[in-house]
Design a protein around this ligand. Structure first.
Ligand code: RRO
Length: 306
């Protein structure tokens, strides 16, 4: 990767370019994730996996909103023991770092699942402490600095791979949470998970999602996510991964100017397809040349001069 001016180093992981698949968008299968790598992703994050299998919520689980999607899938996943088999398969075929997204209902569960994922070959973990609509996990953990610290410490003591922490925007002060995660040992912070939202059907007069509320993703939340990245960059030293509405190379550059070392792409795959990663990377490359930067690292955080 020497001489690649698009390459980034993220908490020790080497990415050929700063685009990553966001957690939760696509399934767990090797074929699906391989397709994303062929589309140009520099790394992939799996859907969140827990200790036991979960079926998730009943349909409808996704609804189209203005400039985005509202989802309440309810953490459907096969459980870590089943998913370990898929991690083995993924490690054989993927040419980019594999980051496993982990959730739990206690710090012990986070640590157990994390250890099993790392033992199976995960290159890093992303702790989901920010799902906005499943009780006793997700944002119920990530909204409380003391609880979050315990989870991060427990996972850090259980594994020897980088631990990313995905933060919720549904908090009063994201910098307070970011500081707690960093102090507890987080190697990188992903900002942000979805914004708590809902939609109501005017015909039936009822909430559309079976869970009533869900998480808003896509272009609608990009300005919120950029603000979060900007604030986190000013308050902690750990690398930040921008996530929320990245659709074009301009979006990716905006997040990087705010302070993100890399960006995750999710909802845009539904409209643009897997080629969105390559398109964004080519756009970043043209921007580099036009602006006379030697590498992408030259403009990370550059907006903070004023
Ligand atoms: O599965 C979900 O419903 C879900 C998760 Br785990 C998450 O982290 N964020 C989200 O919007 N949905």
């Amino acid at each position: 990767m020497k001489g690649n001016h698009l390459a980034v180093s993220l908490a020790g992981l080497k990415l050929a370019n700063p685009t990553m698949l966001a957690s939760g968008i696509l399934g767990y299968s090797a074929e699906t994730l391989e397709n994303i790598v062929e589309g140009g992703a520099g790394a992939v994050v799996t859907k969140s996996v827990g200790l036991k299998p979960r079926v998730g919520y009943a349909n409808p689980t996704v609804v189209q909103a203005e400039c985005g999607l509202i989802n309440a899938m309810g953490l459907p996943n096969p459980g870590i023991d089943e998913f370990v088999k898929e991690i083995h398969r993924l490690k054989k075929v993927l040419s980019v770092p594999l980051i496993v997204s982990v959730y739990g209902f206690s710090e012990e569960e986070y640590a157990k699942v994390s250890k099993k994922a790392v033992d199976a070959g995960a290159d890093a973990l992303e702790l989901n402490v920010s799902c906005p609509h499943v009780k006793e996990t997700g944002s119920e953990i990530g909204q409380d600095p003391a609880v979050l610290s315990k989870v991060v410490r427990k996972v850090k003591s259980a594994v020897d791979k980088p631990v990313f922490v995905k933060l919720s925007p549904n908090v009063t002060s994201i910098t307070e949470i970011a500081k707690a995660a960093a102090k507890a040992g987080a190697d990188a912070l992903t900002a942000i998970n979805t914004v708590k939202a809902m939609a109501i059907d005017t015909e039936t007069t009822l909430p559309i999602l079976s869970n009533k509320t869900g998480g808003l993703s896509g272009a609608a939340i990009k300005p919120i996510a950029v603000r979060c990245v900007y604030e986190i960059y000013e308050s902690v030293k750990v690398p930040i991964i921008g996530c929320g509405g990245v659709t074009t190379w301009q979006d990716a550059v905006e997040f990087m100017l705010a302070g993100a070392t890399a960006v995750q792409i999710g909802t845009a795959i539904a409209t643009e397809g897997a080629c969105v990663f390559g398109e964004i990377t080519r756009g970043i490359e043209a921007y580099l040349k036009k602006k006379g930067f030697r590498s992408v690292n030259d403009f990370v955080g550059l907006s903070h001069r004023r």
